[in-house]
Design a binder for this molecule. Structure first.
Ligand SMILES: Cc1cc2nc3c(=O)[nH]c(=O)nc-3n(C[C@H](O)[C@H](O)[C@H](O)COP(=O)(O)OP(=O)(O)OC[C@H]3O[C@@H](n4cnc5c(N)ncnc54)[C@H](O)[C@@H]3O)c2cc1C
Length: 510
């Protein structure tokens, strides 16, 4: 066991954004880090696909809250802006509706107040009030949820020891009696504007009609901190982190799957690879999905109670992604676009309650060539289409489902996205189904955003970053606190690393 002044040797399982953030933070603080990755690339879901002169980000395309990433670089005394060329995008999203209407979501709140007021009297003031409520909720998150290991309300507010009137006021401001969609509809009457704002919950792959109101804080973060495109694509983010980690001495092993976390005296003390190799460490950070880590990698720990706790967790949604290399660009598209379903309640009911692909889906599009012409040959477009689907349910075979669903998506875009010639313009094509996502990234049942954020109280909470069951084990990534999406996965990695480092400093034991 290392003494307080000694540095630890740490194994990080998985090189997603959370794993990379952990590795950089620990290495910047002088620890010895080895990242073990099952795939032959680093970066997890932030992967890319290149073909015929086209370049696609395969996973995340929208970068929000870059100050989280900045903090990771700052840990190592590095300047994020010297390493990444980030461009702020406005409008943030262009939204197309079945009846031909179009709304641009702009970052300037007062501009949006005007746009929404023209759509429906009172919605302008409603939007202003929504953003103010969102700012409050975000402030509470900054105070209680962010940058520390939290697994439930008891960890945020320390209800037992220091419950004060001020704490009570903060609890009430969390609006635990309400849902995300309810808070939107209290203030916004125009159904298309409400549908657009509902989609802020899609960063966490959850149903706005079941997600807690506290997630409304996303609106403030998006408007205030902006939406960004790193030149070279979101793939530039893991590449910059791998570069930083390498400079800090982190060792990487790819094509190596971990099958077990080793234990000694009830503490994590290393890992066993798929081929049976043992690697010792003072502590382990797992960037594998948290539920799968606890249920599949801890062979000696699970008890019935443990199984019940971890088996209860539900995944967030999955998705079908089309990567379409086109021989033309569409001038009417912005960098980020949504082509919305006719009936959002019906759509969310299909995905989240019935567990079937929505017959009339919302399609998210990224058309990055205007910002970054290098993504396609001259005049072309690297069009990315993402449709959220249920996580993989028993009996769903995506090899059978995909051909029909691909056509549903293309027909929707031809009909309402202003791209009637879309199919004739495809020069290269690739796709991911929920099954492909499951096999590539090892999430829970193909989930693309970790665990579902459903339930008015519990929906806000994910498993804590410091394992409550196993000493020396820490959890990072979209399926842990504070949740999914690029900034939150990065923050989770920082928190896991910080907990490990603090544990070492305060007790001399990891
Ligand atoms: C299609 C899609 C679109 C998205 N769009 C956006 C977006 O626009 N904006 C946004 O903010 N977020 C978006 N997200 C979500 C975002 O990509 C994720 O929340 C984030 O990248 C997850 O990072 P992570 O740290 O959880 O690691 P992951 O990316 O999940 O990586 C985990 C890594 O661990 C490895 N691993 C797992 N098990 C083992 C094991 N046993 N041994 C060794 N290695 C293992 C895996 O191979 C993988 O590389 C999107 C995701 C997808 C898939």
């Amino acid at each position: 066991m290392p003494s307080p002044e000694k540095k630890a040797s740490v194994i990080v399982i998985g090189s997603g954004l959370g794993g990379l953030a952990s590795a950089c933070t620990l290495a910047a603080r002088g620890h010895h880090v080895t990242v073990i990755e099952a795939n032959d690339w680093l970066g997890g879901k932030a992967a890319e696909w290149r073909e015929g002169g086209y370049r696609f980000d395969m996973g995340p395309t929208i970068l929000t809250i870059p100050r989280v990433l900045k903090r990771i670089f700052q840990e190592a005394g590095a300047d994020m802006h010297a390493r990444l060329d980030l461009r702020r995008l406005d409008p943030q999203w262009r939204c197309f509706f079945e009846d031909g209407n179009q709304i641009d979501l702009q970052q300037d709140v007062e501009n949006m107040v005007q746009v929404l007021e023209e759509l429906c009297t009172g919605d302008g003031e409603g939007y202003r009030d929504l953003i103010a409520a969102s700012r409050n909720l975000h402030d509470i998150s900054e105070k209680f949820f962010f940058w520390k290991s939290v697994g439930g309300i008891e960890d945020t507010l320390d209800l037992g020891s220091s419950f004060t009137l001020r704490t009570l006021r903060d609890v009430l401001r969390l609006r635990m009696d309400s849902t995300f969609a309810k808070e939107i509809r209290k203030r916004i009457q125009n159904p298309q504007a409400a549908q657009m704002l509902d989609h802020l919950t899609q960063y966490v792959g959850s149903n706005p009609f079941a997600a807690p109101a506290v997630l409304l804080g996303i609106a403030h973060m998006q408007m205030h901190d902006g939406i960004w495109y790193p030149m070279g694509g979101t793939r530039a983010v893991p590449e910059a982190l791998v570069q930083l980690a390498t400079e800090l001495g982190v060792a990487f092993r790819t094509k190596t799957r971990v099958r077990k976390i080793l234990m000694k005296n009830q503490r994590a003390c290393g890992i066993e690879t798929q081929t049976g190799e043992h690697l010792a460490a003072d502590a382990v950070i797992s960037n594998m999905d948290s539920v799968r880590t606890m249920r599949e990698l801890l062979h000696d720990v699970p008890t019935k109670k443990f199984e019940q706790k971890w088996g209860r967790r539900k995944p967030a949604c999955s998705g079908v992604v089309l990567y379409l290399g086109l021989d033309r660009a569409y001038e009417h598209l912005a960098h980020h676009d949504f082509v919305f379903s006719r009936d959002p309640e019906d759509e969310f009911d299909s995905i989240y309650n019935k567990g079937i692909p929505a017959p009339d889906p919302t399609c998210y599009l990224a058309a990055p060539s205007k910002t970054d012409p290098s993504v396609a040959p001259p005049g072309g477009e690297a069009l990315y289409v993402l449709v959220h689907t249920p996580w993989i349910h028993a009996g769903q075979n995506w090899q059978d489902l995909f051909p029909h669903y691909r056509q549903v998506i293309l027909d929707k875009l031809k009909r309402c996205g202003g791209m009637p010639d879309l199919e004739d313009r495809i020069r290269v094509e690739h796709h991911l189904t929920p099954q492909d996502i499951h096999e590539r990234y090892s999430p829970l049942r193909g989930a693309i955003y970790g665990l579902a954020s459903h339930g008015r109280i519990n929906g806000a909470f994910k498993p804590a970053n410091r394992s409550k069951e196993v000493a020396g084990l820490y959890l990072a990534g979209g399926a842990t606190h504070p949740g999914a999406g690029m900034p939150m996965a990065l923050m989770s990695g920082w928190i896991a690393a910080d907990c490990l480092d603090q544990d070492l400093k305060t007790s001399g034991q990891l």
